[in-house]
Structure formats: structure tokens, C-alpha cells
Ligand binder design. Structure first.
Ligand code: GAP
Length: 632
């Protein structure tokens, strides 16, 4: 992915965000801190609206989802059980010259000629040694001889033999035998490679490097070199992305704790408490919105990949398919056109997964992100985590590329089972209906199910679990006990904020009354998420009656929706300021409002619509009834 500066539209968006107070660089007065962002007055409102619309859609408007608000720092054993301590890492590689760190799988692939050196010698030491060995070469001849020197030459010359001897006795302090490579794009001279190689050997304490044995080879699409200078990168090493801290004053390893890298694990860790306290029964979900932290190797694309961000996650717990099979006779199969509008008793994981993809798509549509800006990536088997059955990424067409907004994964019973194993606290639920359904099964039916499960398990090869575990699992299921499976729609709030900002960004060319053209920005946010819903203006600020009436209208509206009062500058300027902030409606109080043009227009205002500039006359008493349904 490219950086904002390389994409003109991103550059405009970043600049608007700063200028209008959507997003600022964190700690900017101290030079900023990479991967951290602050939301200004408009951004804070926008984010709050996104949070609210998500929370409403995911829990308040549903009977089968409840909320959770857990701590950021949790018992470190949670992250061991979830696998984050051992496997939550990115491959990382460092430039051997500048030490700049790269995420190895994000380095842009490059092609060209690779120059490799077998080491370097310190120039003045080399000249002294050459004189001792009787190599009668001047400085430049000596440097060329070293560059072309081949220790494996079939028929070495007398000079070659002297160089071999010289290298054998060379003072260790002036010699580096580290091989080093530089990638040079096609057409560039070898000098550029040699310059970078000398910089490398200088970092290894060779003050005036003379390069030893230069060879070349062609490469295609390599990620092993720094795209900025061509220098070789280190071998990729896993780098754990979790930020850690210490709980308590002693700061020993036993007190080590992590800032959560996802909000999901708290939901799993509190699953039993929620079941016991909420009267929810599977299928049901627990959702949470909150901060997550990842020490990303290369934060980039503005807020897209940050080190501190907010997630909006749902864990929707469902019965295992075998329980559905017992209770309903069979598990519903998905096919194109299947009605997913209302959950059914016979839905297994696949239908629930499809259902949540649809629900989440409907949510995005409801805040103005339609099929024109969304895309889907169904992960193939190689991309899936070993426990996952399916995962679809909902993508957004960002100016820097079509990238993930949300992942919706069918995670089986992996998470709760891991916590059950590590905490030694049962995470199973008891389901009377499942017990009853299996009670009606014959021994042959049960034996057939056990055999089928063992067959599926055997097909997992080295990931298979011991057969006794399958027997135990079936035995419990027949008695109505199971660890619920989970469907996890997991979205990033900051990515969503960036997506709606990018989708809203519109530039139009306007011609003023004097014929001058200017490009103006209109942020076409959906009214539901717009930071400010309505601007209220008196036509003139030096007419106290207009100001008083406009303030009255503002006071009426601000109790119910985010309103902004503005009396500065011409009405056109005030409209333009609100267009740039994305305010969908503006209200102007004028002389008609005061009744100066007759009673018919008294207590009416001009309501102006942002997207088409349409203006209509509306009674003040009708304003709330007209606006509220559109903004909530
Ligand atoms: N519990 C599953 C989970 O955390 P994820 O794909 O790693 O899955 C889910 O993250 C969502 O969180 C992503 O789709 C993205 O929207 C957001 N996200 C992840 N890493 C992020 C980062 N470094 N900066 C901003 N958002 C991020």
C-alpha cells in the first residue's frame, strides 16, 4: 500500500481532516508519534455517531445480543489461552544500512540486478598490507583487483596468490568478511550499489571500505531489499504485536500484562457470567466496543493501520450443527437466494455466518456505504486459521486500495474451548432441548454420529484430536451439554470513520457572481452519522430580532440533535463552511420569519439541503418532526 502523500485524494482528505478538526496527529506539537491519532471536534462527533449506530443496530434493536464493557488490561493468562502470546506476530525485517524496520510481507516486490560483496577491507590498512606483500598496484588498481578477486579461480595469477596471502594475514580490525547484497533497478550503474555497500561496511567499523569480490545476479519480485536504497534486509523474524506493561510496583516478569490487542477475548472470558446473569440462551450474542492496541511494525495509510484503535466486535454464540441435526432432523443448507431475513431454528453455522454478512452489509448501507464502495473477500482454505470454518472480509474501496473494513469469521468452538482448557472452568452450556432431542435418538443413530465425527477428525491429519475426546464430546452432547460455537463480526471503528470520510468527500467547481471559478468541498455524510446535523443562522448578525429568533430556533433544536449556531460572514460562506463539515441541513432565520412579509410566512424558516442545495420554507414547529427521522 502506498502512503497518503503518493495519492492526491488521500492528501486532500488528510489535509481536510486537520483543517476542519476531524483528525489530528497525536502529540503533534512534539513532532507526533507514529501510529497514533486524535479526533478533533468534528471527528469526535462523527466517531460517536458511528459507535452509536453500531451499538443500536447490534444490541438495542435486537433481543438476542447484549453488551459488555470490559477492561483493557486483563489477566495475562487470557492471551496465553487465546494464542496471542505465542502467535500474534508479524514478520519483521530491518534494513542492514539504515536499520529502518519493515513488515516483511508488506515490502513492495522489486526486480533488478543484485550486487553481492564478500566483505570489505579498510583502505589505508589494505594499502599498507599490499606494499608488504609486494603487490605493485596503485590505489585504484588495488581497489579494482579486490572488487574482481575470485578466491576459487581455477588458474590464479601471481597477484591473486599475493592477495590470498594478504587476506589470510589481514589485521582483523580492518576486515569484515560479512557478505552483503544491494538490489539495483535495471539501468542503474554499479556505483550506486557500491555506495550503499560501503555504507553497510562503515556500520561494521570499516572506516574507508574497499569492497571485496563483486558478483551480480538477476532477481524478480523480491521482498528482500529496502525499496528506498536497495540495501539487503535481515531475514524476517516474528515480532509480537502486543504492547506490554507491568501491573503493580515491582515490575518483574510475573507482573507482566498486556494492553488488549482485540476486544473479543473479554467477551469469551466473561461468557459464563453473562449467561448466568442475563437469561440469554444460545443462540445469542455479546458485543463490545472499545480500544485495542497493536504495536504494528508499519502503521500506515493515515488511521487505517494504527497502533491504538477502537474495535466493535460481536461474538454470536450458536449450537453445534450436531445439536441442530438432533433437534430439527437436519441442518439448513445455504444456496444463492436463501431467505436470511429471519433466523430459523434449523440454522447451523453456515446460515448464521451468511446471516451476519447480510446484517453487517445492511448496517453499512444504513449509514451510506453501498455496494458501489463495498466488496467482499471470501478467504480460501489456505488463508483460514486452522480452527476457522469460513471468514469473509468486508472491504471498502479506500483511495489507496480496496482494503478490509471488517472480518466475519465462523470460529467453531475454538475460543471458549481454549479458555475452558486453560482456566479449567467449564464453558459449556446445558440445553434442555438438545438433551430431549437426543433422548429420542436410537443407539444406532448415536453410534453413526460418533463414527462420522471420528471420520471428520481423522481427516484433519496431524491436527486431529485424540479419539477419546470425540467420545467424551458426543457423550456430553447427548446429555445436552456443549461448548457453543461462535460467529464473529469484528469491525474497526477508526477504519470505518476513515471509510465514511473518504466516501463523503466530494469536490465541485463553483462559479461566483463575478464569474470566478473555485473548487469547494462537500462532505456528503449520511445524515445519521454527520457530526453536525443542522446549522442555524440569522440572516444578518446586526439585527437583534433576527439573532434572538435564530437563537430560539437553535435552543429548540440542540436539545434533540447536534446543532451549530453561526452568524459570521455571508450566508453563502456559512453554507460553504457547513458543507465542508458535512452538515446535511442548514436553517436561516430571515425577515419573513419575523412576519415582516405577512402572517403566512411568520415563524417559518428556510431549510437548505446540503446535497442538492434545495431550499424549502418550513414552520419552526415542524422542524423537529421533519429532521429527527432523517438523522436518527
Ligand atoms: N477479534 C478478531 C480481530 O481482532 P482483526 O481482523 O485482527 O480481527 C478486526 O481485526 C478489525 O479491527 C479489522 O477488520 C480492522 O477494521 C480493525 N483493525 C485491526 N487492526 C487494526 C489497526 N492496526 N488499525 C486500525 N484498525 C485495525
Amino acid at each position: 500500500m502506498s502512503q497518503p502523500k503518493e495519492i492526491p485524494l488521500m492528501e486532500k482528505i488528510v489535509s481536510l481532516c486537520k483543517r476542519r478538526g476531524f483528525i489530528f496527529q497525536s502529540s503533534e506539537i512534539y513532532g507526533g508519534i507514529n501510529g497514533f491519532w486524535d479526533y478533533g471536534p468534528l471527528g469526535a462527533e462523527l466517531k460517536r455517531n458511528l459507535r452509536d449506530t453500531w451499538w443500536r443496530a447490534m444490541t438495542r434493536q435486537r433481543e438476542d445480543v447484549v453488551g459488555l464493557d470490559a477492561t483493557i488490561i486483563m489477566h495475562p493468562a487470557i492471551w496465553k489461552a487465546s494464542g496471542h502470546v505465542d502467535t500474534f506476530s508479524d514478520p519483521m525485517a530491518d534494513c542492514l544500512v539504515t536499520k529502518k524496520r519493515f513488515r516483511a510481507d508488506h515490502v513492495d516486490p522489486q526486480s533488478g540486478l543484485v550486487y553481492t560483496y564478500r566483505g570489505a577491507l579498510n583502505g589505508p590498512t589494505l594499502q599498507a598490507s599490499a606494499a608488504t606483500e609486494g603487490l605493485g598496484l596503485d590505489e585504484s588498481q588495488l581497489n579494482n583487483a579486490m572488487l574482481g578477486y575470485d578466491a576459487e579461480k581455477a588458474a590464479p595469477s601471481e597477484d591473486d596468490k599475493r592477495i590470498a596471502k594478504l587476506l589470510l594475514n589481514f589485521p582483523a580490525a580492518g576486515y569484515s568478511d560479512h557478505a552483503f547484497s544491494v538490489l539495483v533497478p535495471p539501468g542503474k550503474p554499479p556505483e550506486s550499489a557500491r555506495k550503499v555497500a560501503k555504507q553497510f561496511y562503515q556500520t561494521r567499523n570499516i572506516q574507508e571500505p574497499v569492497l571485496l569480490r563483486e558478483t551480480t545476479a538477476k532477481v524478480e519480485n523480491s521482498r528482500a531489499f529496502n525499496p528506498e536504497n536497495g540495501a539487503q534486509l535481515t531475514e524476517p523474524k516474528p515480532f509480537n504485536l502486543m504492547f506490554h506493561t507491568y501491573v503493580g510496583a515491582t515490575a518483574t516478569d510475573e507482573d507482566k500484562a498486556y494492553l488488549r490487542p482485540e476486544t473479543a477475548q473479554a467477551i469469551f472470558a466473561q461468557f459464563k457470567n453473562v449467561v448466568d446473569s442475563s437469561r440469554q440462551k444460545v443462540p445469542f450474542g455479546i458485543c463490545q466496543i472499545g480500544k485495542a492496541f497493536r504495536n504494528e511494525v508499519t502503521p500506515r495509510n493515515f488511521t487505517f493501520r494504527s497502533r491504538e484503535f477502537e474495535q466493535m466486535e460481536l461474538e454470536f454464540f450458536i449450537k453445534p450443527d450436531e445439536a441442530i441435526e438432533a433437534a430439527c432432523g437436519s441442518v439448513a443448507a445455504w444456496s444463492e437466494g436463501t431467505d436470511l431475513s429471519k433466523p430459523q431454528d434449523n440454522w447451523g453455522w453456515e446460515m448464521w455466518h451468511r446471516y451476519w454478512v447480510k446484517e453487517r452489509t445492511d448496517y453499512y448501507n444504513s449509514i451510506g456505504l453501498g455496494t458501489d464502495v463495498l466488496a467482499y473477500h471470501w478467504q480460501n482454505k489456505d488463508e483460514l486459521a486452522h480452527y476457522a470454518r469460513a471468514c469473509v472480509d468486508i472491504l471498502f474501496k479506500f483511495p489507496f486500495g480496496t482494503e478490509e473494513l471488517e472480518g466475519i469469521a465462523a470460529r467453531g468452538d475454538f475460543d471458549l474451548s481454549q479458555h475452558q482448557r486453560h482456566s479449567k472452568k467449564p464453558q459449556e452450556v446445558f440445553d434442555e432441548d438438545v438433551k430431549k432431542a437426543f433422548a429420542a435418538w436410537s443407539d444406532d443413530q448415536k453410534a453413526a454420529l460418533i463414527a462420522r465425527k471420528k471420520g471428520e477428525n481423522a481427516a484433519k491429519g496431524d491436527k486431529a484430536t485424540p479419539e477419546v475426546d470425540i467420545d467424551a464430546w458426543c457423550d456430553k452432547l447427548f446429555k445436552g451439554f456443549y461448548v457453543p460455537h461462535v460467529i464473529e463480526p469484528s469491525a474497526g471503528l477508526d477504519r470505518l470513520a476513515l471509510a465514511v470520510i473518504a466516501a463523503a468527500f466530494n469536490e465541485i467547481e463553483k462559479t461566483d457572481t463575478k464569474g470566478a471559478k473555485e473548487v469547494v468541498t462537500i462532505m456528503k455524510f449520511h445524515p445519521r452519522i454527520a457530526p453536525v446535523k443542522v446549522g442555524v443562522f440569522p440572516l444578518l448578525k446586526n439585527k437583534p430580532e433576527l439573532v434572538a429568533k435564530a437563537r430560539e430556533v437553535y435552543d429548540l433544536l440542540k436539545k434533540h440533535l447536534t446543532a451549530f449556531y453561526d452568524e459570521g460572514g455571508s450566508i453563502g460562506k456559512r453554507y460553504a463552511r457547513q458543507d465542508e463539515a458535512g452538515t446535511p441541513f442548514c436553517i436561516t432565520v430571515d425577515f419573513e420569519t419575523l412576519g415582516e412579509k405577512g402572517d403566512e410566512l411568520k415563524d417559518t424558516v428556510t431549510l437548505r439541503h446540503r446535497d442538492d442545495g434545495r431550499q424549502e420554507r418550513v414552520k419552526i414547529s415542524d422542524l423537529l418532526g421533519l429532521l429527527l427521522p432523517q438523522v436518527s
